[in-house]
Design a protein around this ligand. Structure first.
Ligand code: ADE
Length: 247
């Protein structure tokens, strides 16, 4: 799967995508992350990418030309709603605090695409015409304001890439994740069996796989009820789950 990140600060994004799992996934040809500097597509000697807002007020606004140029050059002129071309199927996603809140469901949805484009804002935001005529979607990573969309774009790349077949070493790696089944994950333990007097729950070293699976399910249910009752309300629960919760 290919990710095209459009940013004024590609050097902020590069280190993260060049390490660890994303590094391996790219070396294995499973993921291709390309960074594009929006400034390279700004016309004129000074390659200006921002300007004052019409109507006054503080802050600077990202100009439409460099962003349209960058995205259309890289994705082809079908990007956005350029009238002469049919809409490109590649999602063009703005990262802003005004988008729909990114979550695991959206990560799964995006993982079905061959390619996605992520456009990072800076300054006060984008000229509205970018939102109206180029972007196909807008995502926020939470109700707080960052200095730019780069961290948000990296979060989207990371969450989506790890869902792709082969990216995680363990082929079932993403299946038990928190949120994958609508619940938070059960607690994990590893060696030593006792650390500073704190023992691993006996059931995990019992060798009884059925009991372990049941214990884990119960822990996930109880933890979700305690920490995220909103998730538990929406989770599809069986009769057995109700019993494990003591309902
Ligand atoms: N840019 C600034 N704040 C952001 C947020 N919360 N999510 C995505 N992009 C952003």
């Amino acid at each position: 799967m290919r990710f095209d990140i459009f940013t004024l600060f590609p050097e902020v994004c590069a280190p993260y995508v060049q390490e660890s799992i994303l590094k391996r996934a790219q070396a294995a040809g499973l993921v291709d992350v390309r960074l594009h500097n929006i400034r390279d597509y700004a016309p004129g000697k000074h390659q200006v990418t921002d300007d004052e807002p019409y109507g006054g007020g503080g802050g600077m606004v990202m100009k439409p030309e460099p962003v349209f140029n960058a995205v259309e050059t890289v994705l082809g002129s079908g990007a956005g709603d350029a009238p002469e071309a049919s809409k490109a199927p590649t999602p063009i996603i703005l990262l802003t605090p005004q988008g729909r809140t990114f979550n695991q469901e959206i990560a799964y949805e995006l993982a079905r695409h061959e390619r996605i484009a992520l456009v990072c804002g800076r300054y006060e935001g984008f000229d509205e015409r970018i939102r109206e005529h180029l972007a196909t979607d807008e995502l926020s990573i939470g109700d707080y304001v960052l200095t730019g969309g780069e961290l948000a774009a990296l979060i989207v790349v990371d969450a989506v890439a790890r869902l792709l077949p082969g990216v995680l070493g363990d082929p079932t790696g993403a299946e038990d994740d928190s949120f994958a089944m609508g619940l938070l994950e059960y607690p994990h333990y590893t060696r030593p069996a006792e650390y500073r007097g704190w023992r691993v729950p006996d059931i995990l070293v019992s060798g009884d796989h059925g009991k372990v699976a049941r214990w884990r399910r119960q822990q996930a249910l109880l933890r979700t009820r305690r920490r995220r009752p909103d998730l538990l309300e929406r989770a599809p629960l069986s009769k057995d789950d109700r019993k494990l919760l003591g309902d």
